[in-house]
Design a protein around this ligand. Sequence first.
Ligand SMILES: [Zn+2]
Length: 59
Amino acid sequence: MIAIRLCSICQRAKRVNLIIRDKNICLECEKALVETTSTQKSYGYYMDAVKKLLYNSAN
Ligand SMILES: [Zn+2]
């Protein structure tokens, strides 16, 4: 059975890939995170998304 959950980064319903603190990060976003370097424009976007994921989900 394939589990579909909302990706906490792109906010789309995606296949479960990586669960951090009970939030899904889809394969595309995981790849984007890994491949994005600090010199790219999207770096800030992804870092913010990950920070929210890690720190705002405590409650
Ligand atoms: Zn995603």
